[in-house]
Design a protein around this ligand. Structure first.
Ligand code: TXA
Ligand code: MG
Length: 306
């Protein structure tokens, strides 16, 4: 497989798929305006067609051509872009993101990624690029190049190696469709960081308001996941957190650092899975700050509604 930024841009123009590194997780990218290319993403991931994709753009101006930037959206974009924040906006009629990518909704999710390779590809391509996480649907998002290629590389003609993803969890998703911003998916931009910019977020009004993609069993390895565990049961691997909890090889962070735990979570779930344990037990993680996003992914991996 070829590896250069111009190759990736050319592949996207041709309607091919590209493995694209971002600061959060690896994406499976296509031309947002090409319905055939977008259909190949859904097929490669085994993704339900009701689950819309995120359009990745290289500037606030480009985002404003995709969706309507409200004053709250402007404030969040000014503070967090480029970076791991996705905004759900009213889609512009005749905007550049095809119907299939939006799953037929009149809203659209958009973000400006921070990873230099992702930005260079979007710039080189010259338009919005849709990129869901590069895993097959329902599996943990890939945070290393090897895992991304392993999951969906076969469907691509170009795969760019950007090294390990710095954040390790998918972007925070915020809806700007209501009177106040609403958190649809916790991520590395925390609730407190969002509220420092826009004030209190809209309260949680249940599943109906969540992202269509927030399926209960998600981010799941093959082995069953047991959360809030204090010990490994027979045949289980314990992913620890904090000093002295479990085998350091399997610790999310032996110093109890949430940023490190977020960055290592999906990778350790995958590595543990490859050992074919009877289960993966995970030590309790504090729910503060980035812990909200880590626990959200863990509850889903364990099969609970988040
Ligand atoms: O960090 C990320 O966001 C990664 C990297 C590759 O950018 N991408 C990613 O995409 O996580 P994906 O497709 O795996 O997750 C997109 C989430 C889904 O939960 C989807 O339902 C939600 O965004 N979403 C997309 N469009 C939406 C919309 N119009 N309204 C509500 N939720 C939406
Ligand atoms: Mg995903």
């Amino acid at each position: 497989m070829s590896q250069t930024i111009p190759d990736a841009a050319t592949a996207l123009r041709r309607g091919d798929l590209v493995i694209l590194p971002t600061e959060t997780v690896y994406g499976l990218a296509a031309d947002a305006g090409n319905a055939e290319a977008v259909a190949r993403i859904f097929a490669a991931k085994g993704r339900p067609r009701f689950n819309p994709l995120i359009a990745h753009v290289d500037s606030i101006e480009a985002a404003a051509q995709v969706g309507v930037m409200t004053p709250f959206a402007e404030a969040l974009a000014a503070r967090f872009w480029p970076g791991p924040l996705t905004l759900v906006l009213q889609a512009r009629p005749d905007g550049p993101v095809c119907d299939l990518a939006r799953a037929g909704l009149d809203s659209v999710a958009v973000r400006v990624p921070g990873h230099p390779l992702a930005r260079a590809v979007i710039e080189g391509f010259g338009g919005p690029v849709v990129a869901p996480s590069a895993n097959r649907s329902g599996r943990p998002s890939p945070t290393t190049f090897a895992d991304a290629v392993d999951e969906t590389g076969a469907a691509t003609s170009v795969a760019l190696d950007g090294g390990d993803c710095e954040v390790g969890l998918e972007s925070t998703v915020v809806s700007l469709l209501g009177d106040r911003p609403r958190l649809l998916r916790p991520g590395s931009v925390t609730r407190a960081e969002l509220e420092a910019v826009v004030g209190p977020l809209e309260g949680d009004a249940g599943e109906g308001h969540r992202s269509p993609g927030r399926l209960t069993l998600h981010y799941a390895p093959d082995a069953p996941v047991r959360i809030e565990a204090t010990d490994a049961g027979p045949g289980e691997i314990l992913l620890g957190f904090g000093p002295g909890v479990g085998d350091p090889r399997w610790s999310l962070s032996s110093t109890g650092d949430l940023t490190e735990a977020a960055a290592r979570l999906f990778r350790l779930l995958r590595e543990a899975d490859r050992e074919h344990p009877t289960g993966i037990a995970v030590a309790p993680i504090p729910d503060s700050g980035l812990g909200e996003a880590v626990n959200d992914r863990l509850r889903r991996a364990a099969g609970f509604v988040g």
